[in-house]
Ligand binder design. Structure first.
Ligand SMILES: Nc1ncnc2c1ncn2[C@@H]1O[C@H](COP(=O)(O)OP(=O)(O)O)[C@@H](O)[C@H]1O
Ligand SMILES: [Mg+2]
Length: 1080
């Protein structure tokens, strides 16, 4: 199983010592060795009490993960191994819980990791403070302000690839819950000289390279820039590319960050336009030109660049050109214009570029502040993070005004460090009531005074010199220094009155040296006056103000002629002094937390620890002093409770529990351990241990004792466990037994109880049934008596009241009414009777609903009656005709389309009066029977479908066909030989008479005829056949039937719709099997 590690103190698993205060022996070597040992194990953080020493690892260590953040969150400072997160957590928690404003002071030389440390602090605080959409936006804006400021304010230097060239102090504001509300950034003195010139191996500010590498072609074109670095005089070329830095990607990061921080698109655009203008200013070149009056004058070599700048910024080209060639001095309402020579013109150009850039930078800070400032007016708690340029010493005499200012700032920080640490330390002793003797330490107040004293300070004298009328040079300034500061202990100069340095050849004549707290620095006096003056010719600021570019105009408010101010602007030195003073005042109101950064080597390389370099930094940061001051009092202190808790096992009286005040417990403990009395002191709430050795002794004893205790605990635990188990089993046995007994008694009791209940229920049942029977009997007796009484009463009452009954009156009235109504109904009907015509559909409406069926019945009877009446009128002959018509209707109605036309025609039978025509005398003679039909028909010729007229005769027994002209009989067929008559369903008169096969008449085949009285003929044929042969003649109605012509069977087919021959049906032989009849 993995061993679980729970660290409860930074003393556990320590590499070297985590807190330098515990270092023994304490000297420079052991100090450095301890740092080195820890550095080799990737432990880059070490404490001096509550101060964190951070050594730049120059490699990314896995110690800033979210898990680490969780580990350090809400833990005590000394509980875990030293870490920047521990300090951040401590600061954040005392801000949130104890309402103390905090500041985090990060110092160290360039490249030591200050900026990284400040970012780590901010990201830790962001990770542990409140959450929520609004809070996250605030956090994001605060964090994203970094990339923007770094792009514009950082540059690659020989010491650091991402060196901050400005000082930055950021106040993060929180509400009472500890949620971030916003922030305020202050910036200090941007190193603007870098814009126009960079030392060897260094670069200009990142943003220039980022634009040229990262911007799209389109965007570059808008800014009138070219991608090639070498096109620009202001860009140092020897190190334009930095290893491991992707300028193009960073450009995107910066633009993105600007967007998050809240820059509008047009603002971003303006910013880049200004940057482009600065870059292009560097390309303006001048050439000398002599004028007649002998004065030197300069002229712009190539006006194209100026033209483009003017287009970019919206400045009138002539105005700008003039500002580069003339200088106007105004004094007491007098204006004097002088021409600029080439050197002056270059000076003016560079001054403009520097001013433009540094003002842009300040504008950016103001703009960011506008975005990130807290939106509410509630009371805020503040955490300040100071990341300021570190102490800088260049070798030889390369230190200039900038280094002087930077080092002054560091001097002030050291001062505040001394003041606050010592004050805090001393105050603690006083608070705790510990006897305290003042500790001597080097106080750098005297150096601060040398620089900032209002009368005799170097800055004051520089200002004086700058303001003095007459010729002022760097040399006159140095002379002045030599006079005033000569006797100052920390000032050194060849020319001072103090003869100490007269022969010091290491000190050039044009230099002075200051013995800073961090070492001696030799300053080259050249450029001091100029840089302090920070002069920008008024013509240029006025030209800038005239720009139509709103941002540039806003950057040069003094160019407005309406606001002309003849007073000199404050010098750079005095401005800086004032802002540093404000900063110091601000810091003093806050609880300080120190991070002292150390650079392990000059190569920006991981795992290299240069002893000499570190030693130098330790010396000037005063770290040993720091440890000594802390140890001069007491090396270690701890509140009584945790101390007793940690060491109580070392003494019988306090182990395992001490009842009483913790302080007494610690006293007993220390007496028991025979710790010499001078080794410790009792404060009001803390024990103070003078020597780390004592603490280590305690720790060793604790370790040993812990092992013994572990064995003891194991022993006791095992005994306890066995006994507990035994006791538990015993207890369980009793419990089980008692439960069982209870259970068996319960069972027994329940049995007796249920028996009793059964017996009881039987007895109760029997009693209840008896009672029920008695009650029922009684009830029946009562009911019987009541019924008898009721009947008896009824009889009596009826007998008495019979005479009064009118029981039948209702019925009689009803019947009478009904009779009356019927009578009325019939009488009315008599008057309303319809006509006697059987086809009259009229019938009066029914008067009463109850007569509905009667009324219908009456209608039916009446109709039957009038039909009978109608029929009775007929004579026998008429009856016959109607019978025939009826027969026709039964045979053809709804079967043949011809039928309806025949209904109205009377059936005459003998259309042709043979007897009266002498032509047919022979025919008449041949037929001696009664003629039923005599009519002319068309006989269809089987060969071609043509028709021939024939006389058709039907007698009682025969069908005859005779020639129309001669009256000769052509065929005679007995009715018994006619088997079938076929016809179509259509409106035509064709019909076929089929003959019995094998009969005499069948020799010539069937007849296909057509007649105008087909319905009558077919009906009569049917009736006659039926009466003579008692057989029903088969009448087939079909649009296609077969006719037997001699040997062939021919199909007769009726086709409807032909209009060929008007309305007459026509017959046509199609082939020898088909005869087609077209019916219109
Ligand atoms: N904690 C750290 N972990 C890893 N690398 C670091 C750390 N601190 C600093 N560095 C490296 O050192 C370089 C310089 O650090 P920086 O903070 O810019 O120095 P300073 O601000 O003190 O001049 C960084 O760019 C980074 O590469
Ligand atoms: Mg930095």
């Amino acid at each position: 199983m993995a061993k679980m590690e729970v660290k409860t103190s930074l003393l556990d698993d320590m590499i070297g010592v985590g807190d330098m205060v515990l270092l023994e022996p304490l000297n420079e070597d052991s100090f450095i060795n301890n740092l080195k040992k820890r550095f080799d194990h990737n432990e880059v953080y070490t404490y001096i009490g509550s101060v964190v020493i951070s050594i730049n690892p120059y490699s990314s260590l896995p110690i800033y993960t979210p898990e680490k953040v969780e580990e350090y969150r809400n833990r005590n400072f000394y509980e875990l191994s030293p870490h920047i997160f521990a300090l951040s957590d401590e600061a954040y928690r005392s801000l949130r819980d104890q309402d103390k404003d905090q500041c985090i002071l990060i110092t160290g030389e360039s490249g030591a990791g200050k900026t990284e440390a400040s970012k780590l602090v901010m990201s830790y605080v962001a990770a542990v403070c409140g959450k929520g959409a609004e809070v996250n936006q605030v956090k994001e804006q605060l964090l994203q302000s970094n990339p923007v400021l770094e792009a514009f304010g950082n540059a690659k230097t020989v010491r650091n690839d991402n060196s901050s060239r400005f000082g930055k102090y950021m106040d993060i504001e929180f509400d009472f819950k500890g949620d971030p509300l916003g922030g305020v950034i202050s910036n200090y003195l941007l190193e603007k000289s870098r814009v126009v010139k960079q030392p060897r191996g260094e670069r200009n500010f990142h943003i220039f390279y980022q634009i040229l590498s990262g911007a799209s072609e389109d965007f570059l074109c808008k800014l009138k820039l070219e991608r090639d670095f070498s096109r620009y005089n202001y860009l140092g070329l020897d190190s334009a590319k930095v290893n491991g830095v992707d300028d193009a990607a960073n450009f995107r990061t910066v633009r993105n960050a600007m967007q998050i921080v809240g820059f509008m698109d047009h603002e971003t655009q303006s910013v880049f336009e200004v940057v482009a203008a600065v870059l292009k200013l560097g390309n303006i070149e001048f050439k000398p030109e002599s004028r007649v009056n002998g004065l030197d004058e300069s002229k712009i070599k190539d006006k194209n660049e100026v033209k483009e700048i003017c287009e970019l910024t919206g400045i009138d080209q002539s105005v700008l050109e003039r500002a580069f060639s003339f200088r106007t001095v105004e004094a007491k309402q007098e204006k004097v214009s002088t021409t600029l020579n080439v050197a002056q013109a270059y000076y003016a150009r560079d001054a403009l570029a520097k001013n433009l850039y540094s003002r842009l930078f300040s504008w950016l800070v103001t703009r960011i502040n506008e975005s990130i400032k807290a939106q509410t007016k509630v009371r805020k708690k503040v955490m300040g993070v100071l990341d300021i340029y570190g102490f800088e010493i260049f070798e030889n005499a390369d230190n200039s005004f900038e280094q002087f200012i930077i080092n002054y700032c560091n001097e002030k920080l050291q001062q505040i460090f001394i003041e606050l640490t010592l004050k805090e330390e001393q105050e603690e002793y006083i608070r705790e009531g510990i006897e305290w003797t003042h500790i001597e330490y080097f106080n750098n107040a005297i150096i601060c005074d040398l620089i900032e004293n209002n009368q005799t300070g170097i800055l004051a004298m520089l200002d004086e010199e700058c303001l003095r009328p007459g010729t002022v040079t760097d040399e006159t300034f140095l002379e002045k220094l030599n006079q005033v500061c000569a006797t100052h202990q920390h000032f050194e100069s060849r020319m001072s009155k103090c003869s100490r340095f007269l022969n010091d050849t290491s000190l050039p004549h044009s230099c002075f040296r200051i013995q800073h707290y961090a070492g001696k620095v030799m300053y080259q006096v050249e450029g001091f006056v100029d840089k302090n003056n920070d002069l920008l010719y008024r013509d240029l600021s006025q030209a800038m103000w005239k720009a139509s570019h709103p941002l540039i105009k806003a950057l040069f408010p003094e160019g407005n002629p309406a606001k002309i101010n003849l007073k000199r602007p404050p010098t750079a030195g005095s401005q800086f002094k004032a802002s540093v003073a404000t900063l110091m005042k601000n810091l003093q109101t806050k609880n300080p937390n120190y991070i002292r950064c150390i650079k392990p080597n000059d190569k920006k390389a991981a795992h290299i620890f240069n002893d000499a370099l570190v030693c130098h930094q330790i010396r000037y940061l005063g770290l040993l002093e720091n440890v000594r001051v802390r140890r001069a009092g007491y090396a270690f202190r701890q509140a009584y409770e945790p101390c007793l808790e940690r060491y109580k096992m070392l003494c019988k009286q306090t182990w395992p529990h001490w009842r009483g005040p913790a302080r007494d417990g610690v006293e007993v403990l220390f007496n028991e351990l025979e710790i010499p009395e001078e080794e410790f002191s009792f404060g009001r709430s803390k024990i103070f241990i003078r020597n780390p050795r004592t603490l280590f002794k305690l720790e060793d004893l604790r370790k040993q004792r812990l092992e013994d205790l572990a064995t003891l605990i194991e022993k006791i635990y095992r005994g306890w466990k066995c006994r507990t188990r035994f006791l538990l089993m015993k207890k369980s046995q009793i419990v089980i037994a008692s439960w069982y007994r209870r259970y068996s008694q319960q069972k027994k009791y329940q049995k007796i109880k249920s028996s009793a209940v059964i017996v009881q229920s039987y007895i109760r049942g029997w009693k209840a049934r008896r009672l029920l029977w008695e009650l029922k009997h009684q009830k029946r007796c009562n009911e019987a008596a009541t019924i008898i009484a009721a009947y008896w009463h009824g009889t009596q009452v009826r007998r008495e009241y019979r005479k009064f009954f009118r029981a039948n009156a209702g019925r009689k009235i009803y019947e009478f009414t009904l009779q009356r109504l019927m009578q009325k109904y019939f009488l009315e009907m008599k008057n309303k009777m319809p006509s006697l015509s059987p086809i009259d559909k009229n019938w009066p409406a029914r008067p009463y609903l109850f007569l509905d069926s009667t009324h219908k019945e009456l209608k039916r009877i009446f109709h039957l009656w009038r039909c009978k009446k109608y029929r009775d009128q007929f004579t026998d002959q008429q009856k016959l005709i109607y019978e025939e018509k009826l027969e026709a209707s039964e045979l053809f109605k709804d079967k043949k389309a011809l039928y309806p036309a025949s209904v109205g025609q009377p059936f005459q039978g003998a259309y042709l009066e043979i007897s009266k025509n002498p032509k047919y005398k022979k025919l008449q003679d041949a037929v001696d029977e009664k003629i039923i039909i005599a009519e002319v028909v068309n006989k269809i010729n089987r060969a071609n479908g043509k028709a021939t007229s024939r006389i058709f005769l039907l007698t009682k027994n025969n069908v005859l066909l005779a020639d129309q002209k001669s009256g000769n009989i052509k065929s005679e067929v007995p009715l018994g030989d006619v088997t079938k008559v076929s016809m179509s369903s259509q409106n035509d008169g064709f019909f076929a008479v089929h003959l019995k096969e094998g009969s005499e008449a069948a020799g010539k085949g069937d007849f296909l005829l057509s007649s105008d009285h087909l319905i009558e003929m077919a009906t009569k044929l049917y009736r006659t056949t039926l009466s003579q042969t008692k057989q029903k003649l088969n009448i087939e109605i079909s649009d296609e039937f077969l006719v037997q012509f001699r040997q062939d069977k021919v199909c007769v087919k009726f086709i409807q719709g032909s209009q060929k021959n008007g309305n007459i049906p026509t017959c046509k032989r199609k082939n020898n099997r088909l005869l087609e009849v077209a019916v219109p």
